[in-house]
Design a protein around this ligand. Structure first.
Ligand code: IYR
Length: 224
């Protein structure tokens, strides 16, 4: 079999209309229980659960199937500490002058600040890189396409898979985040895009009510 050959696509179940509605509704009911969590327990999580979630993320649609992502999974206490220290330094600058007042006001109901203990507490930090160059096969240095879109979709699918496994996540975006290349030992042509904090929520974890307000269907969709 060569890459240009075609194989039948028969993987999708042939649900009835009622089953499709029920399935989509169940997916919504499941996904709407996902919350961005800012209080993590230091409980361990099986590495295999992370591995399968990464494989799920890696199935995302992407530009030319070059799969322009790399997931650096940080579990070492020293590396987590290094990430926390660098991120907090930048967040301090962000919260004490770099960010516009409008941005600070928008974050106020979330209660975020420059203190990021979860970067050390949570068992895993998945640092997500977009590869500007790469291609499909090891050693290639081809142009990659739609890197932001591809990595965004893969990250969404990764978050969904982790959520399905009953794991809490936090999408953390230190600004700027170039320091992550150094800590994670990744080449300069890779662009760090996000730190995904993964673990179990702390027993006393809370979420801001602000984050529970979701736009209704009429607002997020038009049907033409
Ligand atoms: N990166 C900062 C600020 C921040 C920005 C947005 I937009 C958020 O939705 C949440 C936080 C921080 O992590 O605190």
């Amino acid at each position: 079999m060569k890459p240009h050959d075609k194989i039948p696509y028969t993987d999708l179940p042939n649900y009835s209309d009622a089953e499709r509605v029920a399935k989509a509704k169940a997916a919504y009911e499941q996904l709407k229980t996902r919350r961005t969590c800012r209080h993590f327990s230091d409980d361990s999580v099986p590495r295999e659960a992370i591995e399968y979630a990464l494989l799920a993320g890696g199935t995302a649609p992407n530009g030319a199937n070059h799969q322009p992502w790399h997931f650096a999974v940080v579990e070492s206490a020293e590396k987590k500490k290094a990430i926390r220290e660098a991120a907090e330094k930048e967040e301090k600058a962000f919260y004490s002058g770099k960010a516009s007042q409008e941005w600070i006001d928008a974050l106020e109901p979330l209660g975020t600040d420059d203190d990021k203990p979860y970067l050390e507490t949570a068992p895993y930090l998945i640092v997500i890189f977009g590869q500007r160059k790469g291609g499909m096969y090891p050693g290639e240095m081809k142009q990659n396409y739609y890197v932001n879109e591809s990595v965004g979709i893969a990250t969404g699918m990764l978050i969904s898979a982790l959520h399905d496994a009953g794991l809490a996540t936090l999408t953390h975006t230190p600004n700027p985040m170039k320091f992550l290349n150094g800590v994670c030992d990744r080449p300069a042509n890779e662009k760090p895009m996000m730190v995904l904090v993964v673990g179990k929520p702390a027993d006393d974890a809370t979420i801001p009510v602000h984050a529970t307000v979701k736009k209704p269907l009429e607002e997020i969709s038009t049907w033409l």
